[in-house]
Design a binder for this molecule. Structure first.
Ligand SMILES: *Cc1c(COP(=O)(O)O)cnc(C)c1O
Length: 365
C-alpha cells in the first residue's frame, strides 16, 4: 500500500546519540538543552528570530492568539477572526477552542490563499484578528494583507504549518505577520514526532508567549497570567535535531517527486499557481480534477491499485457543524470538491510517482 504521506525516520545511531545525552543529563523537559539547541538551529536555518518551540502546531496557534490578545476570554464580548475555509481543521478548531468565532472569506482561485479584497470587506467592529493560511506552502498575498491589517489595526497570525523553509521575496515567508505558526507533526516536511513553533515579529510578544506555554509562570517565578502547558520535550527535540540534519536531502527528494507529478499532470489538470517571487518547499502535490464525480472515480481507481490519495482539504471548514456560517465562499467550495492530494514522502520512488500520475490521467488508463 502507498500512503499519502509517511513520516521521515532519521538515522537511528544519530537519534541514539541525542538520547544518550538526555540520559546523562537526566533533563527531560522544561526548556532543556536540546530544545534550546533546536531553537537556535531552526532560527539559523529558517532565517527567523523570536522562535518559540511548543508541543504541537495546534497549540502554536492557540498560544499565538493568546499572546496577541485575540482570544475571546475577556468580558462577554464576542470576538471574531477572519480566516480561510480552505485549510486543515485545526485552523478553525483552534479559534473556536479559544472562544474566537471564525468568519470565513473566500480564497483566490490561483493561489488558493485568502483573497485580500474579501478580507477587507468582511472586517467589522467585532473583528479582532486575521488568520490566513499559506496553504500547501504557497505564500498568501502578504503585502496586501499587511496593508489591510495596518489600516484597521488588526493582528495577523499566519498558519504557516505547510510553509517550513519557504522563501518569499528573498526572505523567509515566516517573517510575515505579527506571528507565524509551524507544525512539526510526524507527517509534515520537517518533524519532531509531535511539535510546533511560533515566530513572533516582536520580542515582547515572544516573551509573553514564553510564559503562556509554561503555566503563566514568569522568569522570576511569579504567576503573571493565565497559562497552559505547551512545552516541547527533550525527546521531541532529539528527533527534530536528527531530522534537521537531513533537511536538504528531504527537500531535494520532495522537489523531484513534485516535478515528476507536475510534468505528467500539468497539461490536463489545474494545479496551484505558486506566488511570484517564491522558493517553494514542494511539500504537497494537490491537483484539481474536472468534477467531483471524477474525483470519486480517480480516488477509487487509485485505491484499487493500493494508492491512498486523499481528498484534501474537503469539506471546506465553513461547513463544520460547530461554526456559525454566513459566508459566501464559492471558490473554496468549488476547489475543495474537486481536489485530491497525491502521495508525497521521502521513500517514494520515481517509478511509483510516474505510475501514480498515469493512473490519475484519464487518457492514459
Ligand atoms: C498540521 C496542521 C496543523 C496542526 O498541527 P499539529 O502539529 O498537527 O497540531 C494546523 N494547521 C495546518 C494547516 C496543518 O496542516
Amino acid at each position: 500500500m502507498i500512503p499519502v504521506t509517511k513520516p521521515y525516520l532519521p538515522d537511528r545511531n544519530k537519534l541514539d546519540k541525542y538520547i544518550d545525552g538526555i540520559y546523562q543529563r537526566e533533563w527531560l523537559t522544561n526548556n532543556g538543552p536540546l530544545v534550546q539547541e533546536l531553537t537556535h538551529r531552526l532560527e539559523g536555518y529558517l532565517g527567523v528570530k523570536n522562535l518559540l518551540l511548543v508541543g504541537n502546531g495546534t497549540l502554536a496557534l492557540q498560544v499565538a492568539y493568546r499572546a496577541l490578545g485575540i482570544s475571546g476570554v475577556c468580558d462577554r464580548e464576542i470576538t471574531e477572526a477572519i480566516t480561510t475555509p480552505f485549510s486543515f481543521v485545526a485552523t478553525t478548531s483552534s479559534l473556536k477552542w479559544e472562544g474566537i468565532e471564525p468568519r470565513f472569506v473566500d480564497i483566490d482561485r490561483k493561489s488558493w490563499c485568502l483573497d485580500p479584497l474579501a478580507i477587507e470587506q468582511a472586517i467589522t467592529d467585532r473583528t479582532k484578528g486575521i488568520v490566513p493560511v499559506h496553504v500547501f506552502g504557497n505564500a498568501c498575498d502578504v503585502d496586501s494583507i499587511d496593508e489591510i491589517a495596518n489600516k484597521h489595526n488588526l493582528p495577523v497570525i499566519y498558519d504557516a504549518a505547510h510553509a517550513f523553509g519557504v522563501i518569499y521575496q528573498g526572505k523567509s515567508l515566516l517573517t510575515y505577520g505579527d506571528a507565524a505558526t509551524l507544525s512539526f507533526h510526524a507527517t509534515k516536511l520537517f518533524h519532531s514526532i509531535e511539535g510546533g513553533g511560533v515566530i513572533f515579529r516582536r520580542k515582547e510578544d515572544f516573551d509573553k508567549a514564553k510564559e503562556i506555554i509554561n503555566f503563566g509562570i514568569s522568569s522570576s517565578g511569579n504567576i503573571e497570567r493565565t497559562g497552559i502547558n505547551a512545552k516541547m520535550s527533550e525527546f521531541q527535540a532529539a528527533m527534530g535535531l536528527s531530522v534537521l540534519d537531513d533537511i536538504d536531502l528531504i527537500l531535494e527528494k520532495r522537489r523531484e517527486i513534485w516535478e515528476a507529478y507536475h510534468f505528467v499532470l500539468r497539461d490536463c489538470y489545474v494545479t496551484q499557481v505558486p506566488s511570484l517571487g517564491e522558493v517553494q518547499n514542494y511539500s504537497y502535490f494537490p491537483v484539481v480534477l474536472n468534477s467531483e464525480k471524477e474525483v470519486e472515480i480517480v480516488v477509487k481507481r487509485l485505491h484499487e491499485k493500493g494508492v491512498m490519495a486523499r481528498r484534501y482539504f474537503f469539506p471546506p471548514l465553513n461547513s463544520l457543524p460547530y461554526v456559525d456560517d454566513t459566508s459566501n465562499v464559492s471558490n473554496a467550495a468549488d476547489i475543495s470538491r474537486r481536489i485530491i492530494c497525491l502521495p508525497v514522502y521521502h521513500g517514494l520512488s520515481k517509478d511509483m510517482v510516474a505510475d501514480i500520475a498515469k493512473i490519475v490521467r484519464r487518457d492514459m488508463v
